[in-house]
Design a protein around this ligand. Structure first.
Ligand SMILES: NC(=O)c1ccc[n+]([C@@H]2O[C@H](COP(=O)([O-])OP(=O)(O)OC[C@H]3O[C@@H](n4cnc5c(N)ncnc54)[C@H](OP(=O)(O)O)[C@@H]3O)[C@@H](O)[C@H]2O)c1
Length: 286
């Protein structure tokens, strides 16, 4: 998609995890297309620096910042309340913030952090903003998932890896949850004018995993030489968020801006419904 293909003038787009990597590159591109941006970031200084940098790089001053640590459900609820109180429409929600942990960690809510940030925050934030998205149609939800979802089915008996924690299993399961959430939500949103799709950005040189100490940082730096740049990695998120070619398309998964099939486990409708129910219970949503 070239910039001539799409304009986002008059569109309000919220993007989580905009201080780094794919989220930041996505935000810059959407600002260039003329969108009003709501950046969701957890660190005040980093968030403010990103806000200024995007405005400086693109000339688009319409960049707002909302602070929230997405590992905390109270913070996600506050973020949604803060945004809803502004009475702005919401045309695009990009659930992008993500984390990988070598060691199992619990959030302030006592939930394993990768599942909490990568899946439950997508689930809770989207549901809290759904009425506003419905009131702003045509509107789009983009869930940044990953090919790492192919690790296998959701382990409902040990969702948080309390019995056995394996890094890529926990990360992959959270990304599978992104896709299953996308498919279940698409069914629920049929005919509403709100679409929801998942994307895989590719293997991208970003800050993902850098929270795991020096050894991980070195490995990420070395691997990054062979990976896509954040700008290249953001291309599919931008396409799904903004391209006229995706108007009305829902319940799909995109890689390199093309629809792709996902794992067999991801299409299990009973498991999608079970995940929805469990996620509702874990976030206190009914
Ligand atoms: N990189 C890849 O190869 C790849 C491949 C497939 C999918 N993905 C997906 O792409 C998405 C973006 O990742 P990335 O590669 O761009 O990684 P990144 O550079 O590490 O960016 C992650 C973003 O998420 C934010 N974040 C993490 N935990 C948060 C929390 N608790 N509250 C609020 N924000 C939080 C980070 O904020 P801070 O700046 O404050 O840390 C950062 O802005 C993720 O969903 C990831 O799973 C990445």
């Amino acid at each position: 998609m070239t910039q001539a293909d799409a304009t986002m003038k008059g569109k309000t787009c919220m993007i989580t995890g905009a201080t780094s990597g794919i989220g930041q590159a996505t935000a810059v591109a959407l600002a260039r297309l003329g969108a009003k941006l709501i950046l969701v970031c957890r660190h005040p200084k980093k968030g403010a620096a990103t806000q200024q940098e995007i405005a400086h790089q693109t000339g688009n001053e319409d960049v707002q910042l909302i602070l929230a640590d997405l590992s905390s459900q109270a913070a996600v609820r506050q973020l949604a309340a803060d945004f809803l109180a502004t009475n702005q429409p919401l045309h695009v929600l990009i659930n992008n913030a993500g984390v990988v942990n070598l060691q199992r960690q619990l959030t302030s809510d006592g939930i394993e952090e990768v599942f909490a940030v990568n899946h439950l925050a997508y689930f809770l934030l989207t549901n809290l903003l759904l009425d506003r998205l419905k009131a702003s149609t045509p509107s789009r939800i983009v869930n940044v998932a990953s090919e790492a979802h192919k690790v296998g089915p959701i382990n409902f008996n040990d969702l948080g890896g309390a019995q056995r924690y394996r890094t890529m299993r926990a990360y992959g399961q959270s990304k599978l949850a992104n896709i299953m959430f996308t498919y279940e939500l698409a069914r629920r949103l049929e005919g509403s004018g709100v679409t929801v799709n998942g994307v895989h950005p590719g293997a991208v040189a970003t800050g993902l995993g850098k929270n795991n100490g020096r050894w991980a940082q070195g490995l990420i730096k070395a691997l990054g030489l062979f990976f896509k740049t954040p700008e290249q990695g953001a291309a599919t998120s931008i396409y799904v968020a903004a391209s006229p070619q995706v108007e009305g398309v829902s319940g799909k998964y995109f890689l390199n801006s093309r629809e792709r099939k996902t794992s067999k486990a991801s299409y299990d409708v009973a498991a999608q419904q079970r995940l929805w129910k469990v996620s509702g219970e874990m976030t206190g949503l009914r």
